[in-house]
Every structure is written in C-alpha cells, then in structure tokens.
Design a protein. Sequence first.
Length: 355
Amino acid sequence: MATSDPEPAPFAPRPKPGRERGSVMRDVAKLAGVSHQTVSRVINEHPHVRAETRERVLAAMRSLNYRRNLAARTLATRESHTLGIVGFETTLFGPESMLYGIESAARAAGYLVSVATVRDLSHRPVLEAVDRLVQHGVDGIIAIAPKHAVTTALTHAPTGMPCVAVGGDGQAGFPTVRVDNAAGARLATRHLLDLGHATVHHVAGPLDWPEAQSRVDGWRETLYAAGAVVPPVTAGWWDAAAGYEQGRRLAADPTVTAVFCANDRIALGVLRAMHESGRRVPGDVSVTGFDDMPDSGYFLPPLTTVHQDFAELGRRALALLLRHMAVADGASPPEDVVVAPRVVARASAGPPRPS
C-alpha cells in the first residue's frame, strides 16, 4: 500500500511588510547573550566593550534588522547625529569629488548627511544654505569653500554651531582642511625645470578662486627661485574650452616648451590645441595638470599631473569637525589640516628638444 510523504511541519506566517513587530534592544540582548546595557554601549560606540562582544551584538542587530531609534536618541541627547554639507551645483571634478569624499566619510562613521547646494557662490545664497541646515537640526556643518564668500557666510552661522571649511586658502577664521595648492604648483613647476626647460608657462584658473591664486603663487615663486623668466599668467575658467583657447595662443609661440595647467581639464584643452597646431607633446611641448582625475592617465599622451586625494580630504574634514564638536565651550578650535600633494609623472612631460 502506497504511503504519502509526511506533511511538513507548518511554518508561522511571515508578517506583512509594515506590520512586523520591530526588534527592540532586549531582543538583541537576548540573541547576543548579553545585557541590555551592553547593547546600549555598543550602539553608542562606547570604547570599553570587548571586540568579540561588540561583534556578537552587531551580528545580532543585523540578524534582527535592528535599527536605532534616531528620534528617541535626538530627544535624549539633543543631537541629531546628522551633519550638514554646503556644496554647489557643478560638474567640476575637484568640488564634486570633495562632496563625495565628505559624504562617504560621514556615512562610514555612522552619521546621516544633509546636503544644501547653491548655484551661486556669493554671500546670500551660501548663508541661506547654512540657515536651511541649521533649521534641520544638524550637529555641525562642513562647507566646500572654493571662494571667500563661502567662508564669510559661515562666520554668520549661529553661535555654537561647529563649522569646518574644505578648500580655499586657509583664511577662513575657523578650522579648514585643504590641499597645499602652492606646494603642488611648486612640485609641478620644479618637475618641468628639472627636465631641462628654461621656463614654464602657466594657464591659470579663475583668479577670484583662492586655490587658483595659490597655484599661481607657487608657480611664480619656483621660477623666481630658479632665476627663470616669469611669463605672463593667462587665466580663464576650469574647463577644457578655456585650456584650448589659451593653448592655441601658446602653440603659436615657438619659444614655449613647457606648460603647467591649473587643472587636468584645462590641460586636456591645451593638449588638443597643441595637436591641432602640429606641436608634439612631449617632443615639442611638455604639459602638466593638477588634480589627477581618474581619466588623466588615458589622455593622449597620458597626463603628468599633481595628485589630490579627495577621499583623504573627506576623512580629514570629518575628523576635524568631530574634534570641533567635542571642544568645550570657550576652548580654542582644532588647528587647520593641510594635505600634501604629489606629482604623478606620465608621458606628457619630458626633456626639451635639443636646440
């Protein structure tokens, strides 16, 4: 006589989405085999928890899909665990990468992020962005500050609101994280001089941006120190179109053998202008940039440039803001952080052609 397979044991029906009982702290404690207080210490990142215990609690939280009640935390601590970022609407590689680096560092540290962007880097729009972030109850603000108007607006933030600027020239009046732009320009200019070029021309960014001016200063100082002729500065915007326009003028001058560009996009325009003019790079003219965009190694020829570590800038900015937030009232804010750049040598720069 045929027998049927035993009927499988019934499973409890899965609650419908949105109606599942939320896991609470005691559920996590029970699953991890620890006390309620230990779970609380892990959630609040208390240093005096053994690594093995911390990992067991975190595994239990993941298993139960436990999430901290941020609203309750805010009421209890008067901290939102949210950081504000002031950015601006742009496709420029530097500011865009800074924003991404700051967001990534903040989220990795467990902070929520609220971003307020502006189209115009003048005082009023930036101040309105700061006000929006303050109204959202952020614990601190990081501002991408390529122009003085941004840092000036930050000085009008409410008393007690910790603020950090990223970029600029370090003249903000409050903690700043920035790349040493003058040092980067000195490295690029020195690299070209060491290759044997008599002097170096410079295609600058907009000179109302402190970073562009700092790169001009570093370039000029290096030429003066070497006793080299200092050519006139040609300034424009941060894009390839500006580089192309200035590159056509430089290509028409047979005495030009080396060009330092204020960023990689400008260098891309200069490379095209040189190619169209029949001047080989690096055979006739050496070209360097600044930023080390991910695509710079794929230019034709691959671009020698100054590397900026935007992920590191983001991490440093977050660490500086957290130290600033922890400073007691009346104490001095933490010191500025300056990140050193480095030259990445590729095929676009070489010795000048023998005369």
